[in-house]
Design a binder for this molecule. Structure first.
Ligand code: G3H
Ligand code: ZN
Length: 283
């Protein structure tokens, strides 16, 4: 069933696990996420970036997720990922999204605060929670492109002031995590995460979680991460499966025979993450 992300993340915070937030762009990825969530009895977030919305159409894609949610007997939230502007937020609210991220992290602190306050005002008026980001993750996630020079870690004192000033419901942190494939072994700054946790009481969000070793994910959850975003590993499973199928069956033209195995491969990735995050059996 379709629910707000607020209850899902507060329950995760209380019980010490994290809810997976998986990006979708189409029917096949959405099927994979719901099948995994149902198989693992896990709450889940399905998140759409503005790139996904442009690609598939907001009506189509949000209805696909909504249809999946209404037939799955686990709680699922429909989330805007890295909302690029206020208009996109309003569009998603009008389409019944149950969770919003407005990413104004590239703006100076005061402008980020002002923008998130505006979004919180609009979203809370219709009962929808808001995720905001402070600090900047290096890497590429759809239209969010941040070079190593522009990367910025979240400052714990600023994080406290930011949450207080904006009234945001969840905070995405930059602690050495990165979007896309990691170059070398990621190395999360757990002292920084602990310091943020000590000063901020809303659920914390880890973006760019594809490729972070399991033991670091477990430590991040112990230190207060309640929502974990995964996109790249799902894309990789999809692409690998399609390549394999077409290599083995070069004459194959039936989309179901090409994409069906890809759904299975993506489902396996999502199920493994759900177990790792501790959200298995929480639905
Ligand atoms: O917002 C989406 C994510 O942060 C996904 O990051 O592609 O590195 O898994 P990823
Ligand atoms: Zn992200």
């Amino acid at each position: 069933m379709l629910v707000s992300s607020k209850g899902l993340l507060l329950a995760a915070q209380q019980e010490g696990y994290a809810v997976g937030a998986f990006n979708t762009n189409n029917l096949e990825i959405t099927h994979a996420i719901f099948r995994a969530a149902v198989a693992q009895r896990a709450p889940v977030l399905l998140q759409l970036s503005s790139g996904a919305i442009t690609y598939a159409g907001i009506q189509f894609l949000s209805q696909i997720v909504r249809t999946g949610a209404s037939s799955a007997d686990v709680p699922a939230a429909l989330h805007l990922d890295h909302g690029p502007d206020f208009d996109t937020v309003m569009l998603c609210l009008r389409h019944g999204f149950t969770s919003i991220m407005r990413d104004a992290s590239k703006l100076p602190f005061d402008e980020n605060v002002a923008e998130i306050r505006k979004v919180v005002g609009a979203a809370h008026a219709v009962g929808v929670p808001v995720e905001a980001e402070l600090g900047r993750l290096v890497g590429v996630e759809d239209h969010v492109v941040v070079s190593e020079r522009e990367q910025a870690m979240t400052d714990p004192d600023e994080a406290a002031a930011f949450v207080e000033a904006t009234g945001c419901d969840f905070l995405a942190v930059s602690i050495g995590n990165a979007h896309g494939f990691y170059k070398g072994e990621p190395n999360l700054d757990f002292d920084r995460l602990q310091a943020i946790r000590d000063r901020v009481d809303v659920p914390l969000v880890l973006h760019g979680a594809s490729g972070i070793p399991d033991h670091q994910i477990r430590t991040a959850i112990e230190l207060g991460i309640c929502k974990i975003n995964i996109d790249t590993e799902i894309r990789y499973a999809f692409a690998q499966s399609v390549r394999r199928t077409l290599a083995e069956q070069p004459e194959q033209i039936d989309p179901r025979k090409i994409l069906g195995p890809a759904i299975d491969g993506m489902q396996a990735v999502v199920e493994r993450k759900i177990e790792l995050f501790g959200s298995k059996g929480r639905a």
